[in-house]
Write a protein that binds this ligand. Structure first.
Ligand code: ZN
Ligand code: ZN
Length: 198
């Protein structure tokens, strides 16, 4: 039995979740007190989480963590993939190219996770539907870069094999398109002004 300092009741140890901070390895509040607290302060907690995650240092830390996770767990992720393949062998036999799809999908998810610091949402509008998310070249020379990495099947596998270098971010197709348009517009107006000055 353990005494909960919040509701002042003695409860079975099963009623407490684990905590590394406490000597006995259990929280000082029981689970139901924690639940009540979370429900009561839902808005505050989510606002706090957002503020916390918007701080650049925290963003960077999260990014480094995601990179490390995907590098450290390369084998694990591979193992999971193998297990999946074995389990679904028959289905894959009939739809062979699903294997490629699966590999592409995994690469894509890894990239989206790393470049959105784990949130998997568009950096500009915040949409989190992964079907519409894509990787954007921050400095905008995507076409050139794609040519350079032609021997790679796609950008996602290149990013992964190169341990997720800087210079990329997650955008939805809409924002990606609008952003590209805006960059072209800037370039064209710049060229026009250059011409006028001649
Ligand atoms: Zn309690
Ligand atoms: Zn967007």
């Amino acid at each position: 039995m353990k005494y909960c300092i919040q509701c002042n009741q003695r409860k079975d140890k099963k009623e407490y979740s684990k905590s590394k901070r406490e000597k006995d390895g259990l929280n000082t509040w029981c689970k139901s007190c924690h639940k009540k607290y979370r429900e009561k302060n839902k808005e505050y907690l989510s606002a706090y989480k957002k503020v916390y995650s918007d701080i650049p240092e925290n963003k960077e830390r999260k990014k480094q963590y995601m990179i490390k996770y995907h590098i450290d767990n390369k084998e694990n992720i591979l193992k999971k993939k193998k297990e999946y393949l074995i389990k679904n062998r028959e289905w894959i036999y009939h739809k062979n190219n699903k294997m490629n799809m699966l590999r592409n999908w995994e690469n894509r998810i890894s990239c989206l996770q790393v470049y959105s610091n784990g949130y998997m949402k568009c950096e500009l509008c915040g949409i989190d539907n992964i079907d519409v998310l894509t990787i954007d070249h921050i400095n905008g020379n995507g076409a050139k870069h794609r040519k350079e990495i032609k021997k790679y099947k796609d950008l996602y596998s290149w990013l992964r094999d190169n341990n997720f270098p800087d210079g990329f971010r997650v955008l939805c197709r809409n924002c990606n398109w609008e952003d590209g348009l805006f960059k072209r517009y800037k370039k064209e107006t710049y060229l026009l002004s250059e011409l006028k000055n001649k």
